[in-house]
Design a protein around this ligand. Sequence first.
Ligand code: PEP
Ligand code: MG
Length: 544
Amino acid sequence: MIKFVGKGVYGAVAIGKIAVFKRQTANADKVQISDTEAEKARLQVAKDMATEQLQYIYEKALAEVGEEEAAIFEVHMMMLEDEDFNDAINDMIDSEKVNAEYAVASARDQFAAQFASMDDSYFQARAADIKDISNRLLNCLGGGIGSAEATDDKVILCSDDLAPSETVSLDKSKVLAFATAFGSSNSHTAILARNMNIPAIIGLGEEFLVKISDGDMCCVDGYTGEVFVDPDEDTLARLTKKRDEDLEKKSKLKELIGKDNVTMDGTKIKVFCNIGGPKNIPEVKENDGGGIGLFRSEFLYLENSDYPSEEQQFEAYKNVLEAMEGKTVVIRTLDIGADKKVDYFKLDEEENPAMGLRAIRICLTRPKIFKTQLRALYRASVYGNLGIMFPMITSESEISEIMGFCDIVKAELDAEGIPYSPDIEHGIMIETPAAAVIADRLAPMVDFFSVGTNDLTQYTLACDRQNSKIEKFVDTHHEAVLRLIEMAAKAAHDNGKWIGICGELGADTTLTERFLRMGIDELSVSPPAVLKVRDAVRNIDLTK
Ligand code: PEP
Ligand code: MG
């Protein structure tokens, strides 16, 4: 038995066989490009990423297995910087106007062949290294999506980390748990696990992937962050008991289905659900969600190989609104960018994508995309009770500009005789410290606020939510974040508006009482967390 310890990001226990996530190397087909400087800049970003990965592996190997074993990763870092290798790639991009992937693959083949043909066995062995670093570089250039081994059994999916574009392509009905070498608690793998009600453990370390193989028996304890590969009899029995008790406790919560979300003193709270699309509706119903507090519309874009048409979006929004039968459905306009990458948007590589061209900033710079989505939303509004929510807001001028686009779209629909609901609510996410601090100015301009604690925490604590190395600095209960939420709640209520929380903190029942005392009106959580939150709400007495 081998035991690994990481950080559990969803409390549940799973027992099953391992499937190691297979990532295809990037497609290195030749593509003619026109902007060679942009292509070389893209290559540089990938190179920096590869160096960072190698540095991490090197330091870990040095600490755990010693200088001699770690040295190879130092060699890889040096090879990445090799002038001849880099000149070959850059010259090819310049002279032949080809994509970086093609240039890297060509240099790999040329250099590997040269090394392999040398007499000296030391240099011959370098052929494998040049292939290794080139493939790492290709993966960093974007990589294709991988897949778990095809199998009929449910599996414990193990990976370095999973990008949102990769999680959307998974057959989730086959996944029992996630276990990743890297990752962070606010990453989308963690969010996905909570949505699926399955355990997820992140930060198990590079060595984890070296020591496991497809088909290994494994126990995952999301409460303690422990992963047992090839468990001994006692561990297997103990974890089986823990899993069964956990399932029983969760099934007891089902007794709360149909009951109100009301505190002991009679305060009513809305407990809504976060979804990624119409396919999540069955889980919302199963868990008695009172509405949709966050429909992450960007998943429609992530699942598509080209911009989803107005018609395609209209169908998805209508579908959810109809299924919710008049209950509130808050659809967030696309939140692409940062970790949610979509190739066909052709966004430039950025030094700090989380602080770059993302979410509403894309919409306001690419109005055609924004207007298409707004038209689909307005048209769908007649099928239910719609709220439209805008992400990443920092200023009043952004809201004015957004409302300007809404007016244009409404005028277009009026001219075409297409109906839309007069009762649509327009709200914003409070997920930047700027928005929280000027919430008193923003509140009069909108109908509601919803706090995105995932990004609000990232920006307030200056901790990149994707960076697993800084996990220990991420205090999700940091007083600064809580005070910003409180400021936003006060501003909302002073202006007669409602405020919810749709970030992951909304499901943290150790904070439910604090949130209710701030006056939070709605908590939007992953469907499997609804009953747990209802239970917490029903045990709070706000008069005490
Ligand atoms: C958030 O930032 O808290 C949020 C709900 O949005 P996302 O996690 O999709 O960025
Ligand atoms: Mg966010």
